[in-house]
Each structure stands twice: as structure tokens, then as C-alpha cells.
Write a protein that binds this ligand. Structure first.
Ligand code: HAS
Ligand code: CU
Length: 565
């Protein structure tokens, strides 16, 4: 079958011709510097945990800095899962808004204020973490209690991301006013949908912080309710994973096809999947609380069903992105049912990173469905299976994709060339191999009943059958350390490399769609119906149970700090 080509429209060409100003490059770059620094520190701590599983205790040598396994685990989780992701995503959404629309931010001061707020929050949260005053892991469940500065700092990071989100929305609105009747460019629209989803999602954590954790940590209230806090947390905690994932999807739909030499297979399906995420990302939080007492089964069951619904847009994504890739590969001469895969540009580190991220995400997605199945969840909940799952998702689908994006983005922002392309390709493969070993072993350990968040190397109850898997966790973790070091080497060398002439600097890849986006139905370009539907669904799926928990609030976790580590 041949698919008819369509030339880029004049408006598409004009938008893509927009050159970032010096301020814009520095502003986006500022987000990336913080993100990559957080990734570097966070991921260097990861192997300490992985090696601990084989009884290699490197923590003892770091005693002055890291007081315990749990302080390391907190830093690892917060820096990698919260800081690296959030700063990268907000920086990247600045880029997709500006370049997607082909115009500057309408209110750059708003974004500046947002960014500064995020930085202030980050510093406030980092200090107590480093001082062992916030060893509460990245989920900060009470009764574990952190210093007030940790809670206030994280709150400010979220508030800063809201402010930047407002800046994106205002820019899109200004563009729409000037381009009535024109479909919003996909990458810009998708970034703003993610920001909108994030604003709804973080209401849970905002209420948790403001009404529970912050007053509790200041001693204003003398006890708190761990069950209610967990419900607020997962209201935000589940959609948080899609806040991480959707920017990777922006790249998979909106950039990767271009990098592979093709086009986006379906603009409509791409938009539909983003709207579906806006609709069903939030009302699924109870799938993290299947074993929590105090939440009636019927609500757990409703959220289990809705989780199957949120599985659907990822299936759409798998179909559309792979179709786009196949189209690109066949244009490059690829043939065969599967053989076309070889014709993809595997020598391009940015492409390789994202393809490998996508391949592992298929397995992460299958594991997600396992988790979501109410009865099977009882087998894997709180076991090593869960970190096995999220290292395929956030630590690979998302992180390796973001790494792949930086392979063109950092040189582009700096007017340089990527240093060590071959090392960068090898870096992605190293990550892939390390993660296959690590995450498979974690999944197996989980099935055998090994608990998560436990220094198993010290545990006295480890049966012999765990030992092989524990060793593989350490081996996988060590390979991942090598991959991180390779990434940092490539980044540092690139940043320090010489400026090159414009023709050698990578361009931002923006994939056109096969069909003219003007043919995409209008209802896939409108916020209002989707926002209303999302609000109604949220009220129905959380409202009654949340009210019940608030009315029956049980302040049973004492105010005296509970700090075991
Ligand atoms: Fe999850 C726990 C269910 C996706 C992250 N998840 C977690 C935790 C994290 C996390 C961090 O229902 C632990 C939280 C904690 O600390 O307690 N998860 C799901 C489901 C999905 C899912 C149903 N999770 C994610 C994503 C994450 C993430 C994405 C981060 C980014 N998860 C759960 C549940 C739990 C859970 C329960 C609680 C477990 C418990 O008991 O504690 C789905 O969204 C997955 C859908 C994915 C797919 C895959 C589609 C495949 C694609 C790849 C295409 C391939 C390409 C490459 C492009 C259907 C799109 C082609 C390459 C070529 C060469 C051709
Ligand atoms: Cu979830």
C-alpha cells in the first residue's frame, strides 16, 4: 500500500522557521541544567541500593553524607522521580510551546516567576533531605514525618510548575486568537493538555500539604490521619506518572517520526490519546490502595475499571507510533513483516534511545495491567515487583526518552554538535541491557515475596532462592551506573565543545502528519468539553469516598516526630 505524500503547509513551514532567542535558549537550558544535575546525583545513589542487595555496603563509606539506606533511597526517589522529571518537563514544554506555535511566550515574566518559584522550592526541600531531616521516601506517607521545609519546598515546586503552566496556556490562547479556525499545532496543544492535567491532578497533594502535613510539621495540629493523607497523595500520585510520560509521548508522536525519516501516522489519534489522558488519568488513584483498610471495595473496583480505561490511550499510542515508524522505515527501503525495524536509523543516538525506551515500555505496560488487576495486585503489592515495574516505566520509557531528546536538544540550544555519537548510541544500549537484567530480577523477587523498600542484603530471612536474583539486581544496577556515567560524559563533552557553524547544529525535529491537521475533527481541538467531562468523572469517582474519609477523619498519628532513621 502506498500512502500519498502531502507537502508541508505554508503555516507549518513558517512556524518551524521560528528561531529561539538567546533568552529563550538560556531559559530552557536553565531548566535542563537543574534536571540533569538532579538525574546525575540521584542515579549515582541508585547503585548503592542495588549493591546493598548483594551485601556490598557502600553506605558505610559515605556515613558523613548519607546516614542510612533510607536517606539514600529518599534522595534517589525525590531527585530522579520528582526533580529530574519536573524540571525537564517544564523546560521541554517551554520549547514545544514556543517552537510548536512559532512565536515567543506571550507572558515570559509569568514563566520566569514560575521557574524561580520552582528553584526556591527545590532548595528548601533539598536542604532537609541532605541533613537527614526528611528521610520519608518520595511518597512521604505519614506517620513518617519530615521537616516543614521539605513539605513547603515540594509545595513551591508544584506551585511554580502551575505558574509556568499558566504561561503555556496564555501563549496558546494568544496564538488561537490570531489563528481562528486553524487547528492548534499538535506538540504545543499536547504540552498544554499535560499542564492542564497536572493542575487538576495536583489538587490532591496541595490539599494534603496545606491542610495536613504542613500544619502537622509546624506543630499546629498534633496528630494526623495517614489513611486520608494516602488518599490525597494517590489522587496526585497516579496522574503524576502520566505527567512524566506525556512529554515522552509528545516526542514519540511529534518528533520521533521525523527523526526516523517519516511522518506522524494519525494526527487525530495522537490528539485523542492526549484528551483521554486528561479525562482518565486522575480518577484511578485507589489502584495504589487496593490493600488499604477503610476504603470500601466498590471504590477500589471502580478505580480498577477506570485504570483499564487509561490503559487504552497507551495502546493507541503503541499503534500510532509504531505505524509512523513502519512508514518511515519502509520509505528508507525497509521490508518484511518485522524486518523493516532494521531500516530505522539505529545509528542516531536520539532515535535509538527512544526506540529502546518504547520497547521496554511494552513490558512495563503489561506489568501495569497486572498491578491494576485488583486480585493479582495482592500478590505483588509492596514487593520488589513494584520498583521493577517503575524502572521500566519512569526510569526507562520516560528517562531514556528524555535522554534521547537531550541528544539533539542540548547541542541545539548551545549551537554545538553532539560529542561522541557512537558512545551515545552505546549508552542507550547499556541502559537497555542493565535495565533488562535489573528489572527482570526485581519482578522475580517480587513474585517470590521479597518486600520493596528494604535493604535485603541485611535481612535475616532471605531464602536461598532469592540469592541469584539479588545478585542480578546488583549486576543490572552496576551496568546502569556505567550507562549514567556514559551519558554524563557525552553531555559534559558536548557542553564544553566548540561552537560550530549553523548548518552543523541539530534542528528541532517536528513531524508533520500524513494528513493535513485541518482535517482533524474540531472536537479534538477544544478544551471545554474534555475539561467538563474530566471534572464530572472526578467528582463521581472520588467525591463520595473522599467526603466520607474527611467526615470520619481519624487523627491517630501523633505529632511527636516519628523518625526511625
Ligand atoms: Fe504504574 C505502580 C498500574 C503505567 C509508574 N507505577 C507504579 C509506581 C510507579 C509507576 C512509580 O494498578 C509505584 C508507586 C509507588 O511508589 O508505590 N501503571 C499502571 C498501569 C499503567 C502504568 C495500568 N506506571 C505507568 C507509567 C509510569 C508508572 C507510565 C511512569 C511513567 N502502576 C500501576 C499500579 C500500580 C503502579 C496498579 C500500583 C502497584 C502497587 O500495588 O503498589 C499503564 O498506563 C500502562 C500502559 C502501557 C502500555 C504500553 C504501550 C506501549 C507503548 C510502546 C510503543 C513502542 C514503541 C517502540 C514506540 C499499554 C506505547 C517501538 C520500537 C520499535 C523498534 C518498532
Ligand atoms: Cu498508578
Amino acid at each position: 500500500m502506498t500512502i500519498e505524500e502531502r507537502p508541508a503547509t505554508a503555516t507549518e513551514t513558517a512556524r518551524q522557521g521560528y528561531e529561539l532567542t538567546r533568552w529563550e535558549r538560556r531559559f530552557i537550558g536553565g531548566h535542563l541544567i537543574i534536571a540533569i544535575t538532579a538525574l546525575a546525583i540521584g542515579s549515582l545513589i541508585g547503585p548503592l541500593q542495588a549493591l546493598e542487595f548483594s551485601n556490598v555496603d557502600l553506605y558505610q563509606y559515605l556515613e558523613p553524607v548519607l546516614k542510612s539506606y533510607y536517606q539514600g533511597l529518599t534522595l534517589h526517589g525525590v531527585l530522579n522521580a520528582l526533580v529530574w522529571t519536573t524540571f525537564f518537563i517544564v523546560g521541554f514544554t517551554n520549547l514545544t510551546t514556543i517552537k510548536g506555535l512559532g512565536r515567543p511566550l506571550s507572558n515570559p515574566k509569568v514563566n520566569q516567576v514560575g521557574f524561580i518559584t520552582m528553584i526556591v522550592g527545590l532548595v528548601m526541600a533539598a536542604v532537609p533531605m541532605l541533613l537527614n531531616q526528611a528521610t520519608v521516601l518520595y511518597t512521604f506517607y505519614p506517620p513518617l514525618e519530615a521537616s516543614w521545609a521539605f513539605y513547603c519546598g515540594l509545595t513551591l515546586v508544584v506551585v511554580g510548575s502551575w505558574i509556568e503552566g499558566l504561561g503555556f496556556y496564555l501563549t496558546l490562547r494568544a496564538w488561537r486568537r490570531d489563528n481562528r479556525g486553524v487547528r492548534s499545532p499538535f506538540i504545543a496543544l499536547a504540552g498544554v493538555i499535560n499542564a492542564a492535567m497536572w493542575q487538576i491532578a495536583t489538587l490532591g497533594i496541595a490539599v494534603e500539604m496545606l491542610t495536613m502535613l504542613i500544619p502537622w510539621s509546624f506543630g499546629i495540629t498534633d496528630a494526623t490521619d495517614p489513611q486520608l493523607a494516602r488518599t490525597y497523595f494517590w489522587f496526585t500520585g497516579h496522574p503524576l506518572v502520566y505527567f512524566w510520560l506525556l512529554p515522552a509521548y509528545v516526542s514519540w508522536y511529534g518528533m520521533l517520526p521525523k527523526q526516523a525519516g517519516g511522518k506522524l501516522f494519525s494526527d487525530s489519534l495522537a490528539r485523542l490519546s492526549f484528551w483521554m489522558f486528561l479525562l482518565v488519568s486522575v480518577p484511578v488513584g485507589f489502584h495504589h490502595q487496593f490493600v488499604d483498610p477503610g476504603i470500601p471495595q466498590v471504590w477500589k473496583w471502580i478505580h480498577a475499571l477506570l485504570t483499564y480505561a487509561v490503559f487504552f490511550p497507551s495502546m493507541l499510542t503503541a499503534f500510532t507510533v509504531i505505524a509512523s515508524l513502519e512508514y518511515a522505515a519502509r520509505r528508507r527501503g525497509g521490508t518484511g513483516l518485522i524486518g523493516w525495524v532494521r531500516a530505522l536509523p539505529w545509528d542516531d543516538p536520539s532515535v535509538t534511545a527512544q526506540l529502546l525506551a518504547g520497547i521496554l515500555f511494552m513490558f512495563g505496560g503489561i506489568g501495569g495491567l497486572t498491578n491494576a488487576s485488583y486480585n493479582i495486585n495482592l500478590v505483588i503489592h509492596n514487593t520488589a515487583w513494584v520498583p521493577g515495574h517503575f524502572h521500566l516505566t519512569v526510569a526507562t520509557a520516560v528517562t531514556l526518552s528524555f535522554i534521547g531528546i537531550t541528544y539533539w536538544l542540548v547541542p541545539m540550544l548551545m549551537g554545538k554538535q553532539l560529542w561522541g555519537r557512537k558512545i551515545a548510541v552505546a549508552q542507550s544500549w547499556t541502559w537497555f541491557v542493565g535495565m533488562v537484567i535489573f528489572s527482570n530480577a526485581m519482578h522475580m523477587l517480587g513474585l517470590l515475596g521479597a518486600p520493596r523498600r528494604t535493604p535485603l542484603g541485611e535481612a535475616l530471612y532471605v531464602p536461598d532462592e532469592w540469592n541469584g536474583h539479588l545478585l542480578r539486581v546488583s549486576i543490572g544496577g552496576t551496568i546502569l551506573l556505567v550507562a549514567v556515567l556514559m551519558y554524563l560524559l557525552v553531555m559534559i563533552k558536548t557542553v564544553r565543545g566548540p561552537k560550530v557553524e549553523a548548518a552543523l547544529v541539530p534542528q528541532m525535529p517536528v513531524a508533520e502528519s500524513l494528513r493535513d491537521p485541518q482535517l482533524t475533527p474540531v472536537w479534538l481541538d477544544r478544551f471545554k468539553p474534555w475539561l467538563i467531562a474530566a471534572g464530572v468523572l472526578l467528582l463521581l469517582s472520588y467525591g463520595p469516598q473522599l467526603i466520607d474519609q474527611i467526615v470520619h477523619m481519624n487523627l491517630n498519628a501523633p505529632g511527636t516526630s516519628f523518625r526511625p532513621w
